[in-house]
Design a protein around this ligand. Sequence first.
Ligand code: 6R9
Length: 571
Amino acid sequence: MAVENIPVREGKPNLKDYEKARESFTWDEVKKNFSWSETGKVNMAYEAVDRHAEDPKKKNKTALLYSSPDREEKVTFSDLSQSSNQFANVLKKYGVSKGDRVFLFMPRSPEFYTSFFGILKVGAIAGPLFEAFMEQAVRDRLQDSGASVLITTPDLLGRVPQDDLPDLKKIVLVGEHDQSGDKYIDYETEMNAASTDFDMEWVDLEDGMLLHYTSGSTGKPKGVYHVHNAMIQHYATAEWVLDLKEDDVYWCTADPGWVTGTSYGIFAPWLHGVTNVVRGGRFTPEDWYGTLEKYEVTVWYTAPTALRKLMSAGEEAVKKHALSPLRHILSVGEPLNPEVISWGLDAFDLRIHDTWWMTETGAQLIVNFPSMEIRPGSMGKPIPGVEASIVDNEGNELPPNQMGNLAIKEGWPSMMRAIWNRPEKYESYFINGWYVSGDSAYKDEDGYFWFQGRLDDVINTSGERVGPFEVESKLIEHPAVSEAGVIGKPDPERGEIIKAFITLNDGYEDSDELREDIRKFVKTGLSAHAAPRELEVKDSIPKTRSGKIMRRLLKSWELGLPTGDTSTLEE
Ligand code: 6R9
């Protein structure tokens, strides 16, 4: 069923015509909003927190509205400024300095945000990890980054490797515990003893701020490295795309282990001094509608997988709640189904605005502005200061309506500056001055971009990127599994689900119990979202002559599609 284009809505949103604005735009205009444009001294923690804490009109404003099933808290800009100063003092006391990597492996909580800004204040690089990670996933990231300090909770400590991490000097424990020894730092004790004054470590715009690990189709997860300069784009897109204003109550549902949870769950709202809702705990439709209602959320940034779940919870669920303060909804992470947009019109009487970007791009690049007609199924158009195109494999631009590589002209402010430890990997993203995203798309005659799929094999399940290689590696660690090939299989609710094809070692027979045992093994060894929902036992796994698993072929078989070129298939 085709969903009709949705015209611009007059009324509350900012209807500035950004397509016009792009003609004369330069990023220098945005830089004028920051004090560093005059002083040359920069730190994201200053612009997002301390600047508001210094402002008599803003210091007692609620920065963080935190709630989880068993805890509720309001944190002002002044509170957050002081507590992050305290934590910066703790880090400094234990020798953390500029450029060091400090990782966070903990649930969303006020302490998370305090620690996060404490890390930035000493000039260190923050590495947020999903709390769902299992030991191997934590190990890979701590090893590659060479993190010297990890902040975690006693509950999660069991998944922190105790060996093979020579760089890891200290573990900060948030919450009651019975660990002793030099390696452990008690958060509460140290915070109580620490001063609320701290001399900010001023850094350069190009100094490191953040490492986000993300999965590729081969090899270990890669560390995408971002610098303080990214704030220029976080600030601008918060205004243009999120349409944030002084008295908004903003809720970004993303976990800070995902780039959306930092760029838009921390930086974008707080650079503007906007009240930010953070909800911990598991997703339920009732709870999410309840959160929107209770905090009178006005701007909401979420993901298609959540919207699809809300949609399947039915009309009753939404009509029970008073959501009239809500005025703007946005989505990111995977294609936004036209059906969901049309449901949103009924459920909220609002348009849902799709946005496209990646961990590597650091901030939104292709979006639906409030000032644009929405074409359901399209990701929208590039923001001012960004040139996007469709190119062939040599980096030549293709004409409208032709599918190819979605690519961005190098040089936007929030672009990653490196892949940690892997310069050759970083270089491989760029062809002929274009950053090549790995997504395929086309552009229509009017400049709207339409997503087609991932060009590599990375799986996107409920908005989480999962590398098949990671899952395959874990599968073959199971004593029964000989070989494994993993693909993403289209799924109406989750975007894709993980399907694994395996061969068994001698002495093992296919059975429901065995497959369930293997699933559990991946779940506890890697993470719940990486566990295959479907598992099929085969006699062999197709591979190339050089030994690479042909996932493309597995996928074609699974979906009953033509198999394409199989010349490299091993006999
Ligand atoms: C922010 C984020 C990036 C990949 C990207 C693409 C997919 C993101 C999308 C979308 C269709 C959208 N993706 N937004 N696909 N429509 N609006 O998601 O970062 O986790 O690195 O994923 O997600 O495939 O290449 P990340």
